[in-house]
Design a protein around this ligand. Structure first.
Ligand code: ADP
Length: 409
């Protein structure tokens, strides 16, 4: 009888194996089922949140955390009983974090930025933490939601960099317009003024020749600026095409030497060409115009910024391909400007360079051309001692060596 009563009681109060199903109270069964369902639904919602959610005591002891938190913090699915939210923060963050959520409970703030540390990693994850207070089975708990903001911070950084770049471009363009109008106005005034003077019938032969020379020089300068402007806009529009041909490197270098020699004639500057001793009739296959354009710009600058000494240009063969250079003993470039001089419109802002003409476009055209030829350009310079501009091109640019006769289609 006693045994029978015991079994009967187990069934009624829902104890023992499969006791729920055996319970004799249908309302109780229904209640249990709906509670189970509610719990399942809660877990589904809780675990589908893409942020890290912790429900914890005011001292940080975790009551429950969602799957995203476990996943991000690289915890085993079975979270140890005694887990504290502070365990996932750097030690020097503990005080701040506790203050943050206690302030939130006091109603003064509910947002903060933390760095959380997954179990197996040293590197931290930047998160935005938000807090709220809740009642959990009669206990006062904190609901802390952590949102991974690494991507957002990356976008913000990118945006800031893009904004700075846009502002810098804007500043350079304004400076460029001011500079270019000066550069155009000076030769224009020269042309207009001296053309006007030429109309005087009383001018002597010598004066006429001198005025015509000034007009021609001003015209050349104007043409140079216009050409630079056209080049840079074509480069920017992606309209510059490569037209590779075969040509003798020595011939091209000697042409440049003869072309530029008159520009240093009568000055205390020597122009030298340096070629490898064994180059013979080395043939290059690349865009000749661009290569000459690069040297023309670099040599023009070297001549412009060198008052005394030597300008040496040429090339040598390096393992990776031909290495070209233009070296001068001129005014040099200050270290802090070296990185910027290849930028569009950039001119070194010092007293010496101000007295030299230029649009600040030459080196950006040079850089764009070198890159079009699949090469790299760099500069070494020491203020007051001189500069050396280097550029290297891929090895396949040299198609024949000294022993092979030069051939052209
Ligand atoms: P610009 O037409 O004004 O010369 P570049 O782009 O050719 O423009 O050069 C930019 C600036 O770099 C120059 O204004 C000058 O300050 C500096 N620079 C270029 N080449 C040399 C050089 N060989 N020696 C000293 N400074 C140079």
């Amino acid at each position: 009888m006693a045994e029978h009563w015991e079994t009967y009681r187990q069934k009624i109060i829902g104890l023992g194996e499969d006791s729920f199903a055996k319970s004799y109270y249908p309302e109780l069964q229904e209640k249990i089922r709906s509670l189970q369902e509610l719990n399942r639904n809660f877990e589904i919602v809780f675990n589908s949140v893409q942020d890290l959610v912790f429900i914890h005591e005011p001292d940080g002891r975790v009551v429950i955390m969602n799957d995203m938190a476990k996943q991000t913090l690289r915890l085993d699915q079975r979270v140890p009983q005694e887990q504290n939210l502070l365990d996932f923060l750097r030690a020097d963050h503990h005080e701040k974090a506790t203050r943050d959520w206690m302030e939130a409970l006091g109603g003064t703030s509910n947002k903060s930025h933390w760095i959380v540390r997954p179990m197996d990693r040293d590197e931290g994850i930047q998160v935005e933490a938000t807090f709220s207070e809740a009642n959990w089975s009669g206990r006062r708990v904190v609901v802390t939601v952590l949102r991974d903001i690494r991507k957002q911070l990356e976008y913000e950084d990118e945006l800031i960099r893009a904004k700075q770049k846009a502002e810098e471009n804007d500043r350079l363009k304004t400076a460029f317009i001011a500079n270019i109008s000066h550069e155009i106005r000076t030769p224009m005034n020269g042309i207009m003024g001296f053309a006007q003077l030429l109309s005087n019938p009383d001018l002597g032969r010598e004066e006429i020749t001198e005025y015509i020379q000034i007009i021609q020089q001003s015209g050349k300068r104007l043409l140079g600026i216009i050409n630079d402007l056209i080049d840079i806009s074509r480069i920017e529009a992606g309209e510059v095409e490569l037209k590779p041909t075969d040509f003798r490197l020595r011939g091209e270098m000697e042409f440049l030497l003869h072309f530029f020699e008159p520009m240093v004639a009568g000055r205390d500057v020597r122009l030298n060409l340096s070629l490898p001793a064994d180059m013979g009739e080395a043939v290059a296959r690349t865009d000749r115009e661009k290569l000459v354009g690069i040297f023309t710009n670099l040599l023009n600058n070297a001549i412009k910024f060198t008052d005394v000494g030597d300008i040496t240009f040429g090339f040598d063969m390096k393992e990776g391909g031909p290495h070209f250079f233009v070296r001068d003993t001129g005014i040099g470039i200050p270290g802090d400007s070296l990185k910027r001089i290849f930028n569009r419109f950039e001119q070194v802002d010092n007293r010496t360079s101000r007295i030299h003409e230029g649009s600040g476009l030459g080196l950006s055209i040079v850089k764009a051309y070198v890159e079009l030829l699949h090469g790299t350009i760099w500069v070494e310079s020491k203020l007051g001692s001189g500069s050396c501009f280097h550029f290297s091109l891929p090895s396949h640019v040299i198609v024949q060596n000294a022993t092979t006769p030069f051939q052209r289609e």
